[in-house]
Ligand binder design. Structure first.
Ligand code: MN
Length: 355
């Protein structure tokens, strides 16, 4: 198991300047070893992979992280720095973007004691995570299936008087009942609240004529679905129908243009231009990668430096238009980049449902 493909791919970034990597992001620890506990770090050298955790997780780590050497200790980062020094590593990469100043001080002190210089490794594990393997795509697909099932289960129960919080609770229960869990706090926004892109559910009851925006996703084996649908309770007004159609058209085109080689920042710009030329403001970026985190690389946002999309990357496409005081529409799908058009994993109806 020491030749796990993920470890081998990570080792390709090792050289004289970066002889080993200390992984302290728990999500990255999970990606590399399968370990899901709340305290752990991984040392990857040219010929060993050591997972450090504390006594609470010794048994779990041995079960989950087959193939890695398990080191049970108190200070997982510092002890792995010492371990690297003992293995002859002189320059050890760290994940500077996830290390707090306090943890950095401790790692630096440990490096000083062990004769190890810490260097910024960048984000090599996040970079590896962009393209999903078959097992990851299976988990992501299942998460999206559950999300579709939950949408179908709850949308029919929407009646005047139901509150945003009740709806959010119902969605949570439906995910648990299907063996999944909520990947993030569901956004449930009724009426004018739907003009707030990241609204948090309140006790506001839904009324006839309200937009209902549901942005949620199940997580399965750690992989996150992300979907948004906007519907209307009762017959839609003309402005609601027009706004919904505009976003539907923009989203459909953006989805089709998410092909191998497409540049994330350019996809975002194209959608931004469409929204602005229709006379509206743009409130947020077009989308983001999804996987072990709900928001991960690549980011389809202004200023994104992400390279062209690769086959196997999983991203969201989620344009939205918001009219403060009235309401907003967002339509979001989780898609997987394929040759030609992407595979759309979230399949709930996108046309305007008038419930
Ligand atoms: Mn999203």
């Amino acid at each position: 198991m020491t030749r796990d493909p993920r470890w081998e791919r990570l080792r390709r970034c090792l050289d004289d300047e970066l002889q080993a990597i200390l992984v302290t992001s728990l999500v990255n620890v999970r990606y590399l070893t399968g370990f899901t506990g709340s305290n752990g770090a991984v040392l990857v050298t040219a010929d060993e992979v050591v997972l450090a955790t504390d006594g609470r997780y010794a048994t779990q780590a041995a079960d989950e992280a087959a193939g890695a050497e398990i080191l049970v200790c108190r200070a997982v980062g510092s002890d792995l720095v010492a371990r690297a020094g003992a293995a002859g590593v002189e320059r050890l990469g760290i994940e500077r973007h996830v290390v707090t100043l306090a943890a950095g001080d401790r790692l630096t002190a440990a490096g000083h004691d062990a004769g190890v210089v810490l260097v910024d490794a960048g984000t090599p594990v996040e970079d590896l995570r962009v393209v999903k393997d078959d097992a990851e795509l299976a988990a992501l697909s299942r998460a999206c299936e559950v999300t579709d099932e939950v949408f179908a289960a709850v949308v029919g129960d929407l009646r005047p008087g139901v509150t945003e919080r009740e709806m959010a609770w119902r969605m949570r229960a439906e995910m648990w009942q299907r063996g999944a869990e909520p990947g993030f706090d569901s956004i449930v926004a009724f009426g004018d609240n739907s003009a707030r892109p990241h609204h948090q559910p309140t006790d506001r009851p839904v009324a006839l004529g309200d937009f209902v925006m549901l942005d949620f996703g199940a997580a399965v084996d750690g992989y996150h679905a992300d979907m948004t649908r906007t519907v209307v309770l009762g017959p839609a007004a003309d402005w609601q129908r027009d706004l919904h159609q505009l976003v539907t058209d923009i989203q459909a085109d953006a989805r089709r243009s998410a092909t191998p080689g497409a540049v994330p920042v350019e996809l975002d710009t194209a959608v931004r231009d469409r929204i602005e030329s229709a006379g509206y403001d743009v409130a947020h970026g077009l989308g983001h990668g999804v996987g072990l985190e709900i928001h991960e690389a690549p980011f389809l946002v202004p200023g994104s430096t992400a390279g062209p999309l690769d086959v196997g990357a999983a991203v969201t496409i989620e344009p939205g238009v918001y009219l403060p005081g009235r309401g907003g529409v967002r339509i979001e799908d989780t898609v997987v980049i394929r040759d030609g058009e992407p595979t759309v994993l979230t399949r709930s109806p996108r046309e305007l449902l008038e419930l």
